[in-house]
Design a protein around this ligand. Structure first.
Ligand SMILES: Cc1cc2nc3c(=O)[nH]c(=O)nc-3n(C[C@H](O)[C@H](O)[C@H](O)COP(=O)(O)O)c2cc1C
Length: 432
C-alpha cells in the first residue's frame, strides 16, 4: 500500500534557530536582487521585491548576498553592508519585513575570485590562492595574512550592522565557490601557510569568521551558514559530502545555529540551479553578470552555448529537492537545524522532505520569484504561479533586476499580487 502523503501542515510548524523561533519551515533563499543603487544602498525597487514575501508571512527571508568589503563586491547593483552608511537603508528593509510579521536574515559575502570584473576602485580580485576562474577568466591574487585578518573583521562588522539595522540574523555564505568556499576547497586553496593545506588549515579562515562574528553579535543573535552539500568538481580537488559534513560539525561546535545546503562553485556549471537552460548562457553573456567578461571569452562562450546548454539540460534536469541526498547526511550528523534547498516548488515535496526527517526545513529561490506569496498560497491551499525552471531570473542576474522573466508566469504572478493589492513597479516589468 502506498504510504500516506506527508501532511502539508508540517511546513507551518515552528522551528527554533538559535534563540529565535521561526513561525514555519519554508524560507526564501538568497537571490542577488540587483536592485540596490549602483553604490549599494537599499532602494524602493528592492523593498518591492521583498514586500509580497513578507506579506505572505514567509517565516524567514534570506537576502541576496551583500558585500562585506568593497573588494568583495561581485556584481552591479549589489547591496552593501560594508559601511555604517548602509544602516538606515537596511533598517527600512528590516522594518518593512517586520511590519508584515516576517523575519529577515542578511546574507554576508565576499566574492573572492568569482568576479566578472574588478570591484570599483580595484584592479584585481583576491582569493585564497591564484587559481584562474575558468568561466570568468579571473586570476585572483592570493590574500596576505593581514588581508585575511581584515576580511574576518569585515564580516564581523557587517554582522553588527545587520543587528543594528534590526535584522533577525545573518547567513555566512560559505558555498557556491565564493571566498569562504574558496578557502575550504583544496582546488581553490593551494596555500602552504596556516590558512591552507590540511583540513584544519583550509577551515581556519571560515572558522575565524564564525568565531569573530559570534563574539561581535553575542550568543542570542542567530548566525547560520550556507554550505555546499557537494562541490561537484570532477577531476579537480573538490569537497565531497563527508568532508562538508565534517566542516559543518566543526561550525556547529563553534556556535553555528543552522545550515542551509546547496551545491557547486561557478566552475561546476549550473548544478545549483537545475532546470532548463535553453538560451540561458546567451542571456548571461548579453544581459547578465557575464556580459563583463573579456570579449574573446564572450565570443567563445556564445559559440559554444547551444552545445553547453544541451549538455546541462541532460545532466541537470528540473527536480524537486535535488540537494536532498546530501542534506540528509547533514541532518543525520548534526543537532542544529538543516535547511535543504534546490528545486522545491510544491507543498507535497517540501512536506515530504521534512516529514521523512531528511531535513528540518526547506527554502526556495526561484519558486518564490515566480510566486512571492508561495508561503501563503500553500497555507491556504490555493494554486499559485509555478516556476517553470526557465532560469531567466538566473541568466539576467547582475545585469537586470532579479525577477521572473517568463511572460506567462509573470502575468500570473502580477494577477495574484494585484488581487492582494500589490504591484511590482520594477523597471524590468516595463521593459519587455
Ligand atoms: C537569480 C538568482 C540569484 C541568486 N543569488 C544568490 C545569492 O545571492 N546567494 C546565494 O547564496 N545563492 C543565490 N542563488 C542561488 C539560490 O539561493 C539557490 O541556491 C538556487 O537557486 C537553488 O534553489 P531553487 O531551486 O529554489 O532556485 C541565486 C539564484 C538565482 C536564481
Amino acid at each position: 500500500m502506498p504510504a500516506d502523503p506527508a501532511p502539508i501542515s508540517v511546513l507551518f510548524e515552528p522551528l527554533r534557530i538559535g534563540g529565535l523561533e521561526l513561525a514555519g519551515r519554508l524560507y526564501k533563499a538568497a537571490t542577488a536582487e540587483t536592485r540596490s543603487t549602483e553604490d549599494g544602498d537599499v532602494t524602493d525597487e528592492l523593498l518591492e521585491f521583498y514586500e509580497p514575501m513578507a506579506q505572505a508571512g514567509t517565516p524567514m527571508i534570506i537576502t541576496g548576498n551583500m558585500f562585506v568589503a568593497p573588494q568583495g563586491k561581485g556584481h552591479d547593483r549589489q547591496t552593501g553592508i560594508e559601511s555604517d552608511r548602509r544602516i538606515p537603508g537596511l533598517r527600512t528593509l528590516a522594518e518593512m519585513t517586520h511590519r508584515h510579521g516576517s523575519r529577515i536574515f542578511a546574507q554576508l559575502n565576499h566574492c573572492g575570485r568569482q568576479q566578472a570584473a574588478p570591484a570599483p576602485g580595484f584592479t584585481e580580485a583576491v582569493s585564497a590562492s591564484s587559481v584562474r576562474e575558468p568561466l570568468l577568466g579571473t586570476k585572483a591574487r592570493p590574500m596576505t595574512v593581514d588581508e585575511i585578518h581584515r576580511t574576518v573583521h569585515a564580516y564581523a562588522a557587517a554582522a553588527v550592522r545587520a543587528r543594528e539595522a534590526g535584522f533577525d540574523g545573518v547567513q555566512l555564505h560559505m558555498s557556491h565557490g565564493y571566498l569562504l568556499s574558496q578557502f575550504l576547497t583544496p582546488h581553490t586553496n593551494r596555500r602552504t601557510d596556516d590558512y591552507g593545506g590540511s583540513f584544519d588549515g583550509r577551515l581556519r579562515m571560515p572558522l575565524q569568521v564564525l568565531r569573530t562574528v559570534r563574539a561581535a553579535v553575542g550568543d542570542d543573535f542567530p548566525v547560520i551558514a550556507k554550505l555546499n552539500g557537494h562541490d561537484h568538481l570532477p577531476g579537480r580537488a573538490g569537497l565531497d559530502t563527508p568532508a562538508l559534513v565534517a566542516i559543518a560539525r566543526r561550525l556547529q561546535d563553534e556556535g553555528l545555529d543552522a545550515v542551509e545546503i546547496s551545491a557547486g562553485h561557478y566552475e561546476s556549471g549550473l548544478v545549483a540551479e537545475r532546470g532548463r537552460f535553453k538560451g540561458v548562457l546567451r542571456m548571461m553573456l548579453t544581459e547578465g553578470n557575464f556580459r563583463k567578461i573579456a570579449p574573446w571569452r564572450r565570443f567563445m562562450a556564445r559559440a559554444a552555448a547551444p552545445v553547453l546548454e544541451a549538455a546541462m539540460a541532460r545532466m541537470w534536469p528540473p527536480q524537486e529537492g535535488f540537494n536532498l541526498p546530501q542534506a540528509e547526511q547533514f541532518t543525520r550528523e548534526l543537532s542544529i537545524p538543516v535547511i535543504c534547498l534546490g528545486g522545491f516548488s510544491s507543498g507535497p515535496a517540501m512536506a515530504e522532505a521534512i516529514h521523512s526527517g531528511r531535513c528540518d526545513a526547506v527554502s526556495a529561490a526561484r519558486a518564490m520569484i515566480a510566486n512571492p506569496l508561495l508561503y501563503r498560497t500553500l497555507r491556504e491551499g490555493v494554486e499559485g504561479p509555478k516556476c517553470a525552471w526557465y532560469n531567466g531570473c538566473l541568466a539576467k542576474w547582475g545585469g537586470k533586476p532579479v525577477d521572473c522573466y517568463h511572460p506567462e508566469i509573470r502575468r500570473q504572478r502580477d494577477d495574484l499580487l494585484a488581487k492582494h493589492g500589490l504591484t511590482l513597479h520594477v523597471r524590468a516589468s516595463t521593459e519587455e
